[in-house]
Design a protein around this ligand. Sequence first.
Ligand SMILES: Nc1ncnc2c1ncn2[C@@H]1O[C@H](COP(=O)(O)OP(=O)(O)OP(=O)(O)O)[C@@H](O)[C@H]1O
Length: 267
Amino acid sequence: MPTDTAPAPHSPLLNIDRLTLKRGQKTLLRNVDWTVQPGENWVIMGPNGCGKTSLLRALTGFLTPSSGDISLLGAIYGETDWREIRRGIGLVSSSLQPHIPPAEPAIETVISGRYDQLDLWVETTPADIRAARRLLKQLDATEIIDREWIYLSQGERQRVLIARALAAEPQLLILDEPCAGLDPVARASFLRSLARLAADPSAPAIVLVTHHVEEITAGFSHALLLAKGRRVAAGPLRATLTSAQLSDTFGAPVTVRRRGDHWSLTL
Ligand SMILES: Nc1ncnc2c1ncn2[C@@H]1O[C@H](COP(=O)(O)OP(=O)(O)OP(=O)(O)O)[C@@H](O)[C@H]1O
């Protein structure tokens, strides 16, 4: 159900201070600083193995920092029950997909997010149904409202899972590589819906994890670049997504171009 852990006025939505994560001999993240202010939508980019998933796992309380602090919505990990903090974050990742019951209609999957359940077992109310319909409409998924999970395409599944995450009214919505597995037409269609969501002032702050600058749509304002567990750069998109900084991030010379709201990258 919706969280009541709203941030204090003017406090950041998310603040990460010198976060270091070590597991055994391996340093997954080293001294990462990152602040998300209300109203900002962020992109996280970096090569395979740079620590993106580890950062998300730390944010959602599944990996405990070796040192440094994470505060979310004004509450500090370690001082507040992380399950309380976790309710303020909607995470959409491929790891959720195997847990959706194959015969569950899309609308029930969305409603299950409102109750923080997988495999919805509560009796739904007319208000639940109205809210879920509105969210599926917002995600341009009205026609699949009654379709069972097993029959949904990958693009449709992403829309349902985003609507499911939004049903819990999070303050931060994290999309972990939402375009993985989409064909070019499905991806373009999905990105149009994402751009609309990102531009919606009533939507939560969005964090998009991607490997592709082409997936950055209008409505995203900031970027965090990671390489080898370290922060390479962070800040407003135009100042951060430069050819020099992306070359540093990916460890190879790349050229990035921006035309209107469209970004492209060449090796
Ligand atoms: N629990 C762990 N113990 C040891 N090493 C780990 C652990 N979790 C992740 N790693 C390693 O830390 C590095 C960062 O992994 P992570 O999954 O965060 O990268 P990523 O940026 O999400 O990669 P990708 O883009 O491929 O998904 C990898 O080398 C990974 O093998």
